[in-house]
Write a protein that binds this ligand. Structure first.
Ligand code: 3PG
Ligand code: MG
Length: 388
């Protein structure tokens, strides 16, 4: 495969062997119930393959962000229950982040984790940008491989980076420019157009001199945004916006506050909370003409039905596109699911941060670690040919 990491087929015989499977079962929970089990279902092909080879599979995952100590709110019990239904016979260890050694990548924790195991499989694409113990530790000691999900994610995302069909249109949203500047830069290298919506568009609009009222704003990012705009990079910003007036509150229509369409200027006391209908139509046209589309991040506060239109229009355009379409990130995947469109795209990535980091860097700590595993073949050949 592209990333030249060992595949399941590169593992020694598995009959009767104990396999430690690092999965990313960091699923969304509400009142202790799983609201979306995509990340569990996504690991099933790997689990079934391993079991088919006669292996005994023990899975491990983090769940949420407990601070290095046991915390019942982050118990993996709901995951264990769902996993038991979907993949009988697979054991699940308790939340890796209950031990401070996980995030600290403590060698003593790695040693305890791999004790009693013969083989390690990483199928935790969504966590492979973290150099944590369970991601980078075991491949130093055990024969290791990328699971099917990890391999597929890497193939799709590196494919976008390295050989996209053109035109390649990328759509980015989400609240913070500071989180996305590096990926904006990287996407501008490969995409033909980068459409920007979501909370982060206001810092760009401000950099162009537009009034933005009380919209989300990162003053320390204005210069970086202006530099991108001045460099004539193919960035497309909203041409109109939906704004919430004074007194209005997100998620509380009863609080009052007028909702109005504005141009690229948000009046004082108002807050831009979605792209406007003109922008939604324009972004839709551009997506329709693309042959490759990557979308990450909502266009507005879509969880509030008053401000879902921009995100819904982009989701619909991505679903309708003839292009090869890839959607990354929990929020965009949740938006697709909310609009019933999750089956209409070619690839819904299970990783948010991981998909952006892979697009940006072309590699991840979890992949680097697998490449150094004792069973990793060193057979790039003189041309660096990809024959894995
Ligand atoms: C995710 O949900 O993005 C991954 O599971 C990684 O979780 P983290 O951001 O808490 O490391
Ligand atoms: Mg399509």
């Amino acid at each position: 495969m592209t990333a030249n990491v060992p595949a399941l087929e590169d593992l020694p015989s598995l009959a009767g062997r104990r396999v430690l499977l690092r999965a990313d079962f960091n699923v969304p929970l509400a009142d202790g119930r799983i609201t979306d089990d995509l990340r569990i279902r996504a690991a099933l092909p790997t689990i079934q393959w391993l079991q088919g080879q006669g292996a005994e599979v023990v899975a491990c995952t983090h769940l949420g962000r407990p601070k290095g100590k046991p915390d019942p709110r982050y118990s993996v019990e709901p995951v264990r229950e769902r996993l038991g239904e979907l993949a009988p016979g697979v054991e699940l260890l308790e939340n890796l982040r209950f031990d401070p050694g996980e995030e600290a990548n403590d060698p003593a924790f790695v040693e305890r984790l791999i004790d009693g195991f013969d083989v390690y499989v990483n199928d935790a694409f969504g966590a492979s940008h973290r150099a944590h113990a369970s991601i980078v530790g075991p491949p130093q000691f055990l024969p290791s491989a990328a699971g099917r999900l990890l391999a597929k994610e890497v193939d799709v995302l590196l494919g976008l980076r390295e050989r996209p069909k053109r035109p390649f249109v990328a759509v980015l949203g989400g609240s913070k420019v500071s989180d996305k500047l590096a990926v904006i830069d990287a996407l501008l290298e490969v995409a033909d157009e980068l459409l920007i919506g979501g909370g982060m568009c206001f810092t760009f609009l401000a950099a162009q001199g537009n009034p933005i009222g009380d919209s989300l704003f990162e003053p320390d990012q204005v210069d970086a945004c202006r530099a991108l705009l001045d460099a004539g990079r193919p960035l497309v910003l909203p041409s109109d916006l939906t704004a919430l007036g004074p007194g209005g509150e997100l998620f509380h229509p009863e609080a009052g506050g007028e909702v109005r369409q504005v141009g690229t200027g948000v009046p004082a006391g108002w807050k831009g909370v979605d792209v406007g209908p003109g922008t939604a139509a324009d972004f839709g046209d551009r997506i329709a003409e693309a042959r490759t589309v990557f979308w990450n991040g909502p266009m507005g506060v879509f969880e509030d039905p008053r401000f879902a239109a921009g995100t819904q229009a982009v989701a619909q355009a991505v679903a309708d596109a003839a292009a090869f379409t890839v959607v990354g990130g929990g929020d965009s995947a949740a938006a697709l699911a909310q609009f019933g469109l999750d089956d209409e795209v070619d690839h819904v990535s299970t990783g948010g941060g991981a998909s952006l980091e892979l697009l940006e860097q072309g590699d991840l700590p979890g992949l680097e670690a697998l490449r150094k595993a004792p069973n990793a073949h060193d057979d790039d050949g003189p041309t660096g040919a990809d024959n894995g």
